[in-house]
Design a protein around this ligand. Structure first.
Ligand code: FAD
Length: 398
């Protein structure tokens, strides 16, 4: 305990001496922040400096082993670091699928060469990763994927199409599921492979949404030559790797959207309510809305404590299991409830898309609410998570 307190003191002093002042207040609790990568731009150069300082200290991936660019910190020390970053109101130096998905998966399944090649670049924010799982005919039924990989000497030749590849146009490498044995049972003929997005034959087409933005892409693979050494784990063992990565992804989504609600966002209720609603003797006059706010506040707090307890109980290097499906369903539905309540508070002012009649907070609220509809789809839909919970947690028959 004394060690932990001296570690806390070290971190505090280091943050006071090094953290750029211009970043204070940017807590980066949601999916906005520094994703790094070859195409990253830094309107505020302090963000890049912050990344470099933290990477050099091992603070971008605090729990990963030092030999791969991590900080080699214990779970308790990592918790202290997070607390101190939050206390100092500093954003995480780096976010992204490298840290939350492919990195932890490579630590479990990668060979030494793969770990040495990819993990330090993730820690330094040099390479941004995207996920090539979904296909036009394979979303919930992911094991039905058809992208083919055919062996040709020491390379695989990839042909097929991925869809909904988030930010593929901004990413440098992709972790991808391919079919290496079309004759095996569907889960048993899949491999997990890594490739550079600049490899000839890879093309990316952003999907334009009704909002005008393009967070997703289609990825087309035409005779893409990928070295055999880029297969993670054994050939045809990709389903096992894919499931482990999905558990990391679901935990990340639950953390990003659910724990964020308990970690502070839901407290925005009071400030918002004061601007839009009537209060009587310091109490919100609308009793039914008061009840809904209190319920979401309590649920968010309980959820935050539960996920923290689960994290504390897990050993370092432990891969999340089926509990990730429970957290994913609850955390994402909680986030949707939180935004529904905020919408009820701001009323029609939270239903604007553009125009002088709405201020920045209102426009942001509309966008957050619309974005939250995707929470129960991305990383596997709620229905699919409920199937997993029924089968794997409760042991119910198919
Ligand atoms: C914001 C966002 C980001 C994403 N990013 C990525 C990414 O980076 N990479 C990637 O590969 N994919 C990504 N996806 C795709 C995502 O993984 C799929 O959308 C998801 O798995 C669902 O697949 P689908 O869209 O094909 O829907 P479908 O599988 O066609 O499902 C349609 C509906 O049927 C229901 N359904 C299907 N099967 C069952 C069943 N057995 N029991 C009960 N109900 C069922 C589903 O719940 C859903 O409501 C992203 C999606 C979103 C929304």
């Amino acid at each position: 305990m004394a060690d932990l307190e001296s570690f806390r003191e070290d971190v505090r002093q280091w943050l006071a001496a090094n953290a750029p002042k211009s970043l204070v207040g940017m807590t980066g609790g949601d999916l906005e922040g520094n994703w790094g990568g070859r195409k990253a731009t830094y309107p505020n150069p302090d963000m890049k400096r912050w990344l470099e300082l933290c990477a050099a200290r091992g603070f971008t991936a605090p729990e990963w082993p030092r030999e791969y660019g991590g900080g080699g910190l214990s779970r308790e020390e990592t918790k202290v670091l997070r607390q101190e970053l939050a206390r100092a109101k500093l954003p995480p130096p780096l976010i992204g699928f490298g840290l939350t998905m492919i990195g932890p998966t490579l630590l479990m399944f990668g060979d030494e060469e793969q770990k040495k090649e990819h993990l330090p670049k993730i820690c330094r924010g040099e390479i941004r990763w995207c996920q090539g799982y979904s296909e036009p005919g394979a979303g919930s039924d992911l094991a039905g994927l058809q992208t083919r990989a055919v062996l040709d000497g020491d390379h695989y030749i990839l042909n097929g199409q991925k869809i909904w590849t988030s930010y593929a146009d901004l990413c440098d490498w992709q972790f991808c599921l391919v079919r290496t044995d079309p004759n095996a049972k569907k889960q048993e003929g899949i491999s997990f492979i890594l490739f550079d997005m600049e490899t000839p034959g890879v093309s990316v087409k952003p999907i334009k949404l009704i909002s005008g933005s393009s967070p997703f892409c289609e990825t087309f693979l035409t005779d893409v030559r990928v070295p055999v050494k880029n297969v993670v784990s054994k050939v045809n063992n990709g389903w096992t790797v894919a499931k482990a990565l999905l558990a990391h992804e679901r935990t990340m989504i639950a953390d990003a959207f659910g724990s964020a609600a308990g970690g502070g966002k839901s407290r925005g209720f009071t400030a918002l309510a004061r601007d839009y609603l009537d209060f009587e003797d310091g109490t919100l006059a609308d009793a039914s809305l008061r009840h809904r706010i209190a319920q979401v506040e309590m649920d968010a707090r309980a959820f935050l404590l539960t996920t923290q307890r689960a994290r504390d109980a897990a050993k370092a290097g432990h891969a999340p299991g089926t509990e990730s499906s429970i957290f994913k369903v609850y955390g994402t539905e909680l986030n949707q409830r939180r935004l529904e309540v905020m919408l009820s508070i701001a009323g029609p002012q939270a239903l604007g898309w553009e125009g002088a009649g709405f201020d920045e907070r209102e426009l942001d609220l509309t966008r957050q609410w619309l974005r939250s509809r995707a929470n129960t789809i991305e990383g596997g839909t709620s229905e699919v998570q409920l199937n997993i919970i029924a089968k794997r947690v409760l042991g119910l028959p198919d």
